[in-house]
Design a protein around this ligand. Sequence first.
Ligand code: NBG
Length: 833
Amino acid sequence: MSELAATQLAKDLIKKTERTELTVEALVRSFLDNLFFVQGRSPERATQNDLYMALAHSVRDRLVERWISTVRNYSAQDVRIVCYLSAEYLTGPHLANNLINLGIHDQAKEAMERLGIDLNALIDQEEDPGLGNGGLGRLASCFMDSLATLDIPAIGYGIRYEYGIFDQVIRDGWQVETTDKWLRLGNPWEIARPEDAFEVKYGGHTESHKDPMGRVRVQWIPDKAVRGVPHDTPILGYRTNTANTMRLWSAEAVESFSVEVFNTGDFVGAVADKVASENISKVLYPNDEEIQGKQLRLAQQFFFVSCSLQHMLRIHTLQQRPLTDFYRKFAIQMNDTHPAIAVAEMMRLLVDEHNLEWDTAWHITQNTFCYTNHTLLPEALEQWPLDLFGELLPRHLQIIFEINRRHLDEVRAKFPDDPERLSRMSIINEGGQRFVRMAYLAAVGSHAINGVAALHTELLKEYILRDFHDFSPEKFSNKTNGVTPRRWMVLSNPRLTNLLNAKIGPGWIHDLERLRRLETFVEDAEFRAQWHEVKQDNKKDLAAFIKERLGRTVDPESMFDVLVKRIHEYKRQHLQVLHVITLYNRIKLDPDLEVTPRTVIFGGKAAPGYHTAKLIIKLIHSVGNVVNADVDVKGRLKVVFLPDYNVTLGQRVYPAADLSEQISLAGKEASGTGNMKFAMNGALTIGTLDGANIEIREEAGEENFFLFGLTSNEVQAMKSAGYNPRSFYEKDEELQRCVDSLISGQFSSGDLNLFRPLYDSLLNRDEYMLLADYRSYIECQERVSAAYRDRDRWVRMSILNVARMGKFSSDRAIREYCADIWRTWPVKIEFNS
Ligand code: NBG
């Protein structure tokens, strides 16, 4: 059959099966059809998961047509495409988001009602794919949403971990990790494409020879290979036909088992290779762990990077374009240094496999790659020991040496007689054990380098990448993070969405600056009452959830004071604990004290090997147990820890928060994105001048933000003058009482040693300067309490915060990347089903 005839026939068939229509009737029919033919169930035998799967397939059917049209349009129009390389994606559940982006949430609800099914119960049935650790992974997914919404051709490449971030359970106040089996009940959103697999090689050695032209050629003789099988998930934009692809690679053995070994009767040994290969995409590494020794992690990084680059090169050659054009067609963004090995792999592919000259290959590589840095913590910068690296990727190590030799020649030419600069800027760290510095490889191999908030970019230029900034300042720019209002407002906060739509129309959903129109309603008392009611209803929902999950009653009339994010000392969850202890001590001293009732809500995971973070979780529970049980408190102060914080839980928490805690030590949090989600949902922020807090405050207005703490310059100054936490301790009695209670047994049933490590670290080092910021924090919290007692004032501030958060849409961030870094333009998808 001719291609055309087949295409026409396919279109007709799709129409006839009514898999694409968006009406309630069509949804009912296709739901029943999928339940029967895809799930293989009759309605009376169907489990909740069967029903969820049937609906998911019905929704996916409606995406597929858009998805196929998108791919077809991109290749027909030979577009320039953004390739986002990210080892992590925190997509969140897909069903509800796709319903919203397709614009059929209400139809689906009605269709399910007709069948006596509760849509929300099906939405809750979906697993949260935890293929990331925190902010960086969630940012990747917000960006994918915005790319599709803005009709920018893009592919998000990553790893299909079989086990994502661990599930957190709390036993006796301690975090216990359990494995995340997100694929256990199947994943209806992905399509495996085994025929699109690529091979990835490891190990072995290299040999060099002269080619017939007399040029030295290097051949890599690897000793292992695995196959990368892509699993594609459509990422649909909001009310547009663009459905981009998130392509996650899963590792398989090249041969499923060794016939030779099998024939000797060693059945288990025969599958050993298969098992070893599959290990590569088995599990996500939690961050904040010492990873330098973990060769498997480097193997993972190389795995997804190599598959992705091979895929891009295949697309390019299928378009019959010369390789020298590659950078005109592809903009590759490296999400932190996890994919930085791509720079060397690209050079290997171009030079060794496609026989390009080094200089030509380097020109293509540098013009293709861009690098986003996401951290200022020096200990979080990836470095690989040379021996480990050379064993796994001997050819890449040679290539990195050559990149480095040429790079240092250029530095030498620009800064002669400056040997220290050369050693500072070398991609190879030569001090003691030798390492490959991945951030430097990424910086040298890219034409654009960015930080994720204004302060962060400035600090990058001044400290972490200072020499690179001196050398090529034109590469650097800031791209302040953003979050998608589709998931973080429309999906998670339908009450607020309805109120906003009624007041200013729905245009804000794809143009968040339009929220400014709310400012005219601040003086409208009825509107303020409605605003307050929305927040209260959201708080009641969260209270009901807390009751159901933890059996604990919290009062929706109290201030919901929330700190949710990964647990880390620099984020200073324990500073909030010191605040709770302070309030508690005050109540104990004077039980009749007038206090603004608060429910202090924590949530977040600690990396399994990060003992201090785990001890902070224990401390939160221990303090909570004492405070919550004390009759003197009379319920005016409650502490709740929500276990297993993830995207789904975030969707419940942000809409219900009154106060957003963003209390990292200034200069440590690159940006933060939770801070934006809270503010968009009407919470007020208490925060330091760190990361994007600074810009949130600028936008909201300083009178609508609770500021405390040292600035990053003051932090630097105090550190270099020799910071002494004890001096703060000694001159502040209330602080003393607070810190001492860590070792008094008061919160540890008499155990004097349990929290001693925290006590010692605060008094002796206090790396994150809690004691220096304590008094300013406590005073600021007093201003918060006073403001909350004045409901009218609080609601005005809340409205103004939402009205002024337009900047923090990821649509704005993506537009900036497109204009300044990627130079890509929207491509409208023609769609005629
Ligand atoms: C995190 C930062 C956050 C930032 C996100 C997204 C890493 C390595 N970094 O401050 O800590 O918001 O990245 O940019 O996860």
